[in-house]
Unconditional design. Structure first.
Length: 292
């Protein structure tokens, strides 16, 4: 048994080595996460402090740039690097909290639909189809028009748009484990439905849940940035990558770095998270690329 386990571990390690992109992505995600967590210690300046005489300063590698503001300043003279660092904290926080909310709701509904079937399955599946067919922007506009733009409301909007994915996938995977012998044996032994669902069926979808959540975090970062860019997400003066993009769009032709730098941050971070998610998916099931 030990030899077999050793061969399995060795095969997984070799597989990890082949997934160099996933390892690079994991390093980038770790760095971004650490920077976001320790933003007050890492940021070189107060991200809210404006300096009238230092407005629109270029990055240090461009003519007239200085090392005092490594990535320049914005239209109010605020340090771009500091706002980028604090923006990472905001964007990651929104994305993670939205994914947590979406996964809790989506997994519960998926488990119930796959286990109970019949009218419960029909009702939940209908809700999923309606949600997936509804344009995201219109849904976000409707919810924010009622609740108003804020940090918490943005999380609610993103969670509402994210849960159907979990429900659909978890339901499909719940239909198979339900008929396994240990589920039938649990019924014979008198186990109730909640115990069967959470003690026997749920553990079979945990790995899949981790993969979906890791991939959806990248999607949530993009959606948060999109809404903040439109002015429907994080509100000034709180820094977020989407609002930084919005601030820089009118300076694209002469102060291109104002929009390019947060845009690159979004691109690199979401790419790294997707690489990690792909790696987790391949480790879970080498054939999952075509199955999920």
């Amino acid at each position: 048994a030990q030899a077999g386990g050793g061969r399995l571990d060795g095969r997984r390690l070799r597989q990890l080595w082949r997934l160099k992109g996933s390892l690079v992505g994991a390093v980038v995600v770790l760095l971004v996460t650490l920077v976001a967590l320790f933003a007050p210690l890492v940021a070189p300046a107060n991200p809210y402090l404006g300096r009238t005489l230092e407005r629109l300063a270029p990055p240090f590698w461009i003519e007239d740039g200085t090392t005092q503001f490594l990535l320049g300043t914005d239209q109010l003279g605020r340090d771009t690097l500091s706002r980028l660092i604090f923006g990472a904290r905001v964007s990651l926080s929104v994305a993670v909290l939205a994914v947590v909310g979406a996964s809790v709701v989506g997994v519960l509904l998926g488990l119930f639909a796959g286990y109970y079937r019949r009218w419960i399955d029909w009702l939940i599946s209908t809700m999923v189809n309606v949600m997936l067919s509804f344009p995201f922007v219109l849904l976000a506009l409707a919810v924010i028009a009622v609740l108003g733009p804020s940090f918490s409301n943005l999380i609610v909007v993103l969670a509402i748009t994210g849960w159907p994915v979990y429900t659909r996938v978890i339901r499909a995977h719940t239909l198979s484990p339900q008929e396994r012998e240990f589920v039938a044996a649990s019924r014979v032994l008198g186990a109730g439905d909640p115990r069967i669902i959470f003690r026997h069926i749920f553990p079979n979808v945990v790995n899949l849940l981790v993969v979906i959540a890791s991939l959806q975090i990248a999607q949530m970062i993009i959606l948060e940035s999109f809404l903040s860019f439109l002015g429907l997400g994080i509100q000034p003066p709180i820094p977020s990558w989407g609002s930084m993009l919005a601030d820089g769009k009118i300076y694209m032709f002469d102060k291109w770095w104002m929009a390019t730098i947060p845009g690159l941050a979004i691109f690199v971070t979401t790419l790294a998270i997707n690489l990690v998610g792909d790696g987790l998916r391949d480790l879970r099931d080498p054939y999952s690329r075509t199955n999920i």
